[in-house]
Design a binder for this molecule. Structure first.
Ligand code: THG
Length: 263
């Protein structure tokens, strides 16, 4: 599974401060560590508090690209901030994210075409996050249809069923798992499925075990990619083991070591 490192996000205090003081080293250390730990893409989010968020996104992308060469997921609710990130990316970026709101969807599909970027769509719209799998699926289908109609290849479309904290939306978790499976059946070839994994444990005491368990469950339901913390070694071990048990690669006694060497 593709792990998209979640840690360059202004939601974290150290990152927010580094953006404010233009401290490259802090950002570059987090970038390098995540890639060394197995992240094949890095999520980049300036956070809710950034003063000039367009300039902050540009600075973050430049700073990260000085030390790692994985592609970046440009994470913002604001299209101008996303555009600033896309402009600065050297590798093919992932737009994170559009929703099913038509105006936003049209704008971001346009940006995906203009910059040859992947498009991540959240299964929510102007009415918010639906509470049924069926309504999430309908929004997923809308995003897929509009993107495909514009000529974006299915392989570049990533759909996110929107993981909610178990603390506030416990009854939603089985519905979200069902949505992953349904999204994979929307087209052939199927769109990719992706999620913000750590959302699930926000506000909880035992975050790591919740993240690990939901990751294994989601993998079994068809999740292809996760925005997650690659520095959580137990999470990464659970991921590798779940992929082994789902018959995604051949067993050997040292499969954890072998996996890390091979990928
Ligand atoms: N889907 C998509 N993109 C996303 C999300 C998603 N991007 C943002 C987020 N959700 C995924 N990234 C994170 C990053 C950090 C945390 C959760 C999700 C997190 N942060 C600590 C907290 O809230 O407790 C911050 C506090 C701290 O430790 O300093 O848990 O769903 N497409």
């Amino acid at each position: 599974m593709l792990v998209i490192g979640e840690r360059i996000n202004g939601m974290f205090n150290a990152v927010r401060k580094a953006i404010e003081t233009k401290d490259k080293k802090v950002i570059q250390d987090i970038a390098k560590k995540q890639v060394q730990a197995g992240a094949k893409m890095l999520d980049v989010n300036v956070g809710p508090a950034a003063a000039d968020d367009v300039a902050a996104m540009q600075w973050l992308v430049e700073t990260i690209q000085e030390v790692v060469d994985v592609p970046l997921a440009i994470d913002s609710a604001k299209p101008p901030v996303i555009k600033a990130g896309l402009k600065t990316c050297k590798k093919k970026p992932l737009i994170n994210s559009t929703t099913g709101e038509m105006e936003k969807l049209t704008t971001l599909v346009g940006l995906a075409k203009e910059y040859n970027a992947g498009l991540l769509g959240l299964t929510m719209d102007e009415k918010g996050i639906p509470d049924s799998a069926q309504s999430r699926l309908e929004i997923g289908l809308r995003i897929l249809a509009v993107a495909m109609e514009a000529g974006i290849p299915t392989d570049d479309i990533h759909l996110d069923p929107v993981f909610l904290p178990v603390k506030f939306g416990q009854a939603q978790i089985p519905i979200i798992l069902q949505t992953i499976k349904d999204l994979k059946a929307l087209s052939d070839p199927a769109p990719k499925t992706v999620c913000g994994l750590s959302n699930t444990s926000q506000g909880c005491l035992d975050r790591s075990i919740i993240n690990r368990t939901i990751l294994v469950m989601a993998l079994a339901w068809g999740l292809d990619e996760a925005i997650a913390d690659p520095l959580d070694k137990e999470l990464m071990d659970a991921m590798i083991t779940a992929e082994l048990l789902l018959n995604k690669f051949i067993y050997c006694d040292s499969y954890l070591t072998a996996y890390r060497k091979a990928f």
